[in-house]
Design a protein around this ligand. Structure first.
Ligand code: FES
Length: 421
């Protein structure tokens, strides 16, 4: 057949799809399944906004690095010789080869494996074998990516002119996070889980606990009324709610005494990076994420002396959530791989002085979120399968899913801005 007689490829009208999104309903199927929208998400969300990629504990020493892939971008996040955190495009300035291919490691210089140009960890070109006499090394440093560190959490922004919103969010959340002193933590465990679902389904799933009876391990630490509004508590859960109120009152009194902020701050739909932060009591022993609610690492973070500090939970759009406890912290980075696959990187951080096998058992430390992540991955895969069916149509969010609605509202607004820019 003559190629000229073929129909032109079908093009989605993403702007029209965004325009007709009905508040209160899940998104239309292409937002979860379309490769075109995936590309638009990379261009309009992951290339324009601040993206959480790692924590300082992952690159404690000069030369330590992680590589982050976002769409076709690859970025090196490295601690340079002056201990500063840098983000550099992982593209050699000679003929463009990818410089580092490992996910993490430690280097003296960043050396391209093709013709061995060597860059300092701050991106300057240090050595180019047998270059001509007029060659100016200063013109061929690696391209920089904007980077910000917020209380030990590392964010990058691929945009030439990054939005200023992260600084505003940082002003609000830093007083909550700083006492946990993430700069003095180390990685106790890290798990990369590839979920068979679109990145938005991963984020949406994290924004509601309507499904939380599917999380028996997590349920040991969360109160059974988590996710309910105080006026929606079913009668049979009233005793559990009373237990929560008592624990929360005790926690708030302790926080007041210690100067730890705990009040919920929520700004999920504004033009900035949507976020929510709050310190809440945990059930059981109230200390940490474990079957009994007891601590899973002996050495407390920061200069904490109290174990019952509940969980400080931060959700940050577009791609992360975090839990900070007295004895450890857990970070979750959501990195899209394709329209239907998403990498969820979970990292457990403990005090830098905590000794594996003495102060913590990695198995016990990670159990709750390893199990919970696996269960969530199964929920996300189900949702993705459903969205690919021609029978799928957007369905209604329940009151306890208001944060999912807020996420979708924020996402649609940001996509509309991108499409009209
Ligand atoms: Fe990197 Fe040639 S492409 S040194």
């Amino acid at each position: 057949m003559d190629a000229r007689t073929l129909d032109p490829p079908h093009q989605l009208d993403i702007a029209a799809l965004a325009e007709r999104r009905e508040p209160g309903l899940s998104l239309e199927a292409p937002f979860y399944t379309s490769d075109e929208i995936y590309e638009a998400d990379i261009a309009g969300i992951f290339s324009k906004h601040w993206i959480f990629v790692a924590s300082e504990g992952e690159i404690p020493d000069a030369g330590d690095y992680v590589t982050i892939n976002l769409g076709t971008y690859s970025v090196i996040v490295v601690r340079d010789d002056d201990e500063e955190v840098r983000a550099l495009h992982n593209v050699c300035r000679h003929r463009g080869a990818r410089i580092l291919t490992d996910a993490q490691g430690s280097v003296g210089n960043l050396v391209c494996g093709y013709h061995h140009w060597a860059y300092a960890t701050d991106g300057r070109l240090r050595h180019a074998p047998t270059h001509g006499k007029d060659f100016d090394m200063t013109c061929f440093g690696l391209k920089h990516v904007a980077v910000q560190v917020v209380s030990g959490l590392i964010f990058i922004c691929l945009a030439d002119e990054p939005p200023e919103d992260l600084a505003r969010v940082a002003d609000i959340v830093s007083p909550y996070i700083a006492p946990h002193e993430l700069g003095k933590t180390k990685v106790a465990a890290q798990v990369d889980l590839v979920e068979e679902g679109n990145w938005k389904l991963v984020m949406e799933n994290n924004r509601e606990c309507y499904h939380c009876d599917g999380h028996p391990e997590l349920a040991c630490s969360l109160f059974p009324t988590f996710g309910y509004g105080s006026s929606d508590i079913p009668p049979h859960l009233q005793p559990a709610h009373d237990r929560y109120l008592l624990a929360q009152t005790e926690l708030e009194a302790r926080c007041d005494e210690l100067g730890l902020p705990y009040v919920a701050v929520e700004d999920l739909t504004s033009r900035d990076s949507g976020f929510r932060i709050q310190r809440e009591a945990l059930d059981g022993a109230g200390e940490s994420f474990s079957e009994t609610g007891e601590s899973v690492s002996n050495v407390l973070l920061g200069d904490f002396e109290h174990r019952r500090l509940g969980r400080l939970s931060l959700h940050l759009q577009p791609n992360a959530w975090f839990h900070f406890l007295s004895d450890h912290a857990v970070t979750f980075a959501v990195l899209p791989l394709s329209s239907g696959r998403t990498l969820v990187r979970t990292t457990w951080l403990v005090h830098e002085d905590a000794e594996e096998g003495v102060d913590y058992d990695p198995e016990a430390l990670t159990k709750v979120w390893r199990e919970t992540n696996a269960q969530d991955a199964a929920f996300v895969a189900r949702a993705q399968l459903g969205a690919t069916s021609p029978a799928y149509e957007p369905g209604p969010y329940m009151p306890s899913e208001y944060q999912v609605e807020a996420f979708c509202t924020w996402y649609i607004a940001r996509m509309q801005e991108h499409l009209s820019s």
